[in-house]
Design a protein around this ligand. Sequence first.
Ligand SMILES: [Zn+2]
Ligand SMILES: [Zn+2]
Length: 161
Amino acid sequence: MTTRREGGCLCGSVRFVALGEPVRTLQCHCRACQRMTGSTSYAQSTYPMDAVQFSGEPMARYAHRSESSAKQVHVHFCPRCGTTLGLTFERWPEYRAISRGAFDDPNSMSISAHIWTGSAQTGVLLPAGTDCFQSARADLAGAPQAPERFDAPRMARASDA
Ligand SMILES: [Zn+2]
Ligand SMILES: [Zn+2]
């Protein structure tokens, strides 16, 4: 049977169903995600575009131009309560990101990598045994970048150590 996960926004106006396993689940520490969430980072699961169906209130959309790639990133959010449900990307039109915190059971998927750790805030702890990338997983030409893996949890900023 196909795995099925449900979720929605804070007020319940937007709901979604995600079918199958996500491609990956990332926690992003970039400054854009910090501003978008108003928090330390943004955790999201990447799905093929057609694996997620939305219902209820149509989402509002904000177009942000990525400072690193200069491509558009679209933030999809509930027009009533403002919850960010996910992202779509000009650069990867076949995929969408779904906010981990919007799932009814966020813990049913584990974080596979931390990205943009170079801009992580003070007080952020990176886990042991998980791929951690100083910036993106791949450079702008698509070449994979080498992750760091730590034997023990480590503060993201050396000044905290
Ligand atoms: Zn809402
Ligand atoms: Zn980010």
